[in-house]
Design a protein around this ligand. Sequence first.
Ligand code: PLP
Length: 430
Amino acid sequence: MDSNQKLSARLAAAVPRGISIATPIFAERAEGAEIWDVEGRRYIDFAGGIAVQNIGHRHPRVLAAVRDQLEAFTHTCFQVTPYEVYVRLAERLNHLAPGAAPKKTIILSTGAEAIENAVKIARAATGRPAIISFSSGFHGRTMMALALTGKVNPYKAGFGPFSADVFHATFPDAYRDVSVEQSLASIERIFRADVEASRVAAIILEPVQGEGGFNVAPFEFMRALRTLCDRHGILLIADEIQTGFGRTGKLFAVEHSAVAPDLIAIAKAIGGGFPISAVIGRAEVMDAPIPGGLGSTFAGNAVSCAAGLAVLDVMEDEGVIARANKLGEHVAQRLGAMKEDRRFDCIGDVRGLGPMLAVEFVKHRDSKEPAPELAKSITAKAAERGLIVISCGIYANVVRVLMPLTMSLELADEGLGILEASMLDAISKT
Ligand SMILES: Cc1ncc(COP(=O)(O)O)c(C=O)c1O
């Protein structure tokens, strides 16, 4: 039998250190909301492969759809010999995306690729170069996506220079006293100091920042951005790569604010464990690039499209959104109770939207000084106890929960119990 230790040594010798491993646990199999490692130990999964397994690992309907597609064909390249599963998935996403305007969808492979394409489409549609993104936002690891990203360490460090004509506004942050007004003022400052509004193609944001620390864009802020974009002919791009497909208790997080973006980037959970992403947008905007201007060899792979259609079926037929909301209320209540508990005065904030929830750890509640070592120690101790949970945040001091939305409340409670015990253990060692 392989051991985690032996495999970790082989990994260190064979794989560059730039890929930093969150939990040194080698997966052997997974089912629903649980993972078993190569040593036969069972773990509760609060990470879901980073917000991918919203309907759980190996959902039978996803596996059946994938098997059927494997029997038919795997890859022809959509732009060489197209196929119906791609078109059907595009049709369904066009129908589901918020906003009354007719939509079109391009299907791709990764989140970063969706972001790259959203920027290309926005520039082609507006004939303008500049893009505004936000501090502590994360949009992926390709060069344009990195340029948009507002978190240096570890994503951008050593990889510049980045694309010109990208400007970062300040994201609202109620916990650290950045108001909606201040955030909007930071955009006006960009128009005054960096680039005129008439040269800005798009403003891009995550409705809830994922890697940046689960900072929720207030709904009034989303609506103000929509108004500001309309005033200046700027496109609004929602990066729903982490927030999409029920993660915040709606299919798309922007539905909470009733704002219809011009373009939406999706990835992660739509594939049910298979690599797929997409840009959904207003048809006239999506049609701006010239024929041949978009595409790639594997974009919209048939097996991934079949998985995506099955995920949508499951979401509709199995009441995933309703289950997500119930789970979210339960987890929010338990995390909220921990924050009130005097033993946990290292909890500075509990925040999120629906079941997309996180706990920010600080050295002291008054100073709000971030405690990244504590967050690191908690995730490590949780793994030792059988819970996979990961951190995030501009200061790496936020522990986030991204469990499958179909997880039972009993399993969620077992996982939260482990999290609580790990917190107590980590606190006692500081
Ligand atoms: C909000 C957001 N955008 C973009 C990405 C990049 O997606 P990918 O890792 O599939 O390229 C991520 C990945 O975590 C993300 O959370």
